[in-house]
Structures are given as C-alpha cells and as structure tokens.
Design a protein around this ligand. Structure first.
Ligand SMILES: [Fe+2]
Length: 288
C-alpha cells in the first residue's frame, strides 16, 4: 500500500507555493483509506491555510497523534477542532497535558497544550499510552522512549509541573511515528526531545529492521559542532545510513555573538545527498 507523507507545518516552506512557514511541526500520513495527522503546529490559522492550499479537508483526518505537549506542536488544536464537525481520536503519551513552561531569569512563558473550550473538548476522544500503538497497519507510535543512554533534548530552562513543583522537563511525553515500509523503517519525529539517537536505538531494539529514513525535527539546537558530527557518524555507521529529511529544531539557534554552522550543513558535509531539508509542502511516498 502506498503512503504519502506531507509536511504541513514547519519553520520554512517551499518557495512560490503560497504555503506559510512558521516555527512548529505537522505531518500528514495519507493512504487510499486513511489520513493521519502528527501534530498541529503552533498556530491554527497557519495550519488551516496550508491544509487549504494542499487540498486537505480537516474533517477527512481520521486520527491525530500529538508528539508531545509543547505549544509549537499543539497550539493549532483549538482552530483545528473548530474546523471539524466530527470528533477525532487523539493519541498521545499520558504526560501530554502536564503544565510546561520556559523559565529564564526575568521571563516565564507557558509552553504547554493550549486552553480548550468545553465544545472543543467534546470533539476529542483521547487515547493516552506509554506503550507503542498501531494506528493503521504499518504505522505505529514509538511509545515512551525510556532508555536515554545518548544525549537527549531536555533543557535547563524548559520545566514541567509535577508533584507540586516546577522541575526540569525530560519531556517523557515525546513520542515519534514509525512506518514499516518494504525497504525498512521510516522514523518521523516531532521534535526528538527524547534524543534522536535514543529514538533510533528504541526503534531498532523494538523491530530489528534497517532504518530507511529519518524525517522531522532532530533537536540538535544545542548540540556542539562535534556532537552533530558524532551523531552523523552514528547515523552512518550504526543506523544504516538513512535518508535524512530534516526540519524545525535541527539547526542550532542563531546567536548574535557567535555565528554557528547549522546542523543541517554539518550533516550535509558529512553525509552528502542523504541529507535534505523538509519544508512545508515536501511530499514523500513509501510502500508499507
Ligand atoms: Fe518543537
């Protein structure tokens, strides 16, 4: 069966398409029979605009997977639900609805799932699971990435509210999607807070199949140059030299003082044509 993956929301869009790029993530998985969404981006108006241009009708989406609770993956939820007449099954990790915030010296910003009205809530049939779930034949969630032997994407300023206090958030709710294609497994990530190498390790352990491709955000924003290179070498030598369609949180944050080489460029120099950008409007087809 043919499955098309379309990027509906990420930081950049393909030029001259009318599609809008914005910080966030959303992918559509489309087969003849089903349309599954992973994440809804940060802003519902941008998500719905991009869906309109790509000819995707919100009511035609069968299920929604939320990769984790951060606003840039869940912020579009109110408008997405408003645009539907029918309820939708939402699949996520049990920690999805934890309160989350960014805390710096004088600055605090809420970054969790947005507030929802009662009417919007009635349109959500929520399935929360720590373990992998088969969504349609050949398309699975990873479940919680519990084994984090490699660097993960937790940050000292990103906190969650648990046991009555704010603590550094390991983002246990971070899950990804696995496609079992005829040529190996395709891993589609939201933000990879669990650490992209931990996610790949989890996938290999679970299925013992070659990794065909990695698509999405790989959260290398705070990796050093050599950490990105080390990760690239492990993609090559341990994880089957997959195709890499990268976006969102892959490149390091630009700073005014230090010019940093984007992670995507470092990986391109190392791995060549295997590395591509994944912008809004990118379409990839696999056989599952
Ligand atoms: Fe993100």
């Amino acid at each position: 069966m043919e499955l098309e993956i379309i990027n509906l929301y990420s930081n950049e869009s393909i030029r001259d398409t009318g599609l809008i790029g914005d910080h966030g993530q959303s992918f559509l998985f489309k087969t003849k029979e089903n349309q599954i969404l992973l994440d809804v981006g940060a802003k519902g108006d941008i998500l719905l605009h991009n869906m309109r241009i790509l000819g995707i009708e919100p009511n035609d989406i069968d299920k929604l997977i939320l990769s984790h609770g951060h606003y840039d993956h869940t912020g579009g939820l109110p408008e997405f639900l408003d645009a539907r007449t029918e309820p939708i099954e939402i699949i996520a990790h049990p920690s999805l609805f934890e309160k989350k915030r960014i805390k710096m010296l004088l600055f605090t910003k809420y970054i969790g799932v947005p507030d929802l009205t009662d009417e919007q809530r009635t349109k959500m049939n929520i399935t929360l699971s720590k373990v992998p779930k088969e969504i349609i034949p050949g398309l699975f969630t990873t479940g919680e990435i519990g084994d984090r032997g490699e660097k993960d994407g937790s940050e000292p300023t990103a906190q969650h509210f648990v046991d009555g206090e704010w603590k550094i958030d390991p983002v246990w709710d971070d899950i990804s999607v696995i496609l079992a294609t005829k040529e190996g497994h395709v891993v589609v990530t939201g933000c990879s807070h669990a650490g992209i190498l931990n996610i790949l390790n989890h996938t290999k352990k679970q299925y013992d199949q070659p990794i065909k491709a990695v698509i999405g955000g790989t959260h290398m924003v705070r990796y050093s140059h050599s950490e990105v290179e080390d990760t690239g070498n492990l993609f090559l030598n341990k994880y089957d030299n997959p195709e890499l369609y990268l976006n969102h949180c892959t490149d390091k944050l630009p700073t005014k003082l230090i010019r940093q080489t984007p992670s995507t460029k470092i990986l391109k120099d190392l791995l060549g044509e295997k590395v591509r950008e994944c912008k809004v409007g990118t379409s990839l087809i696999y056989n599952i």
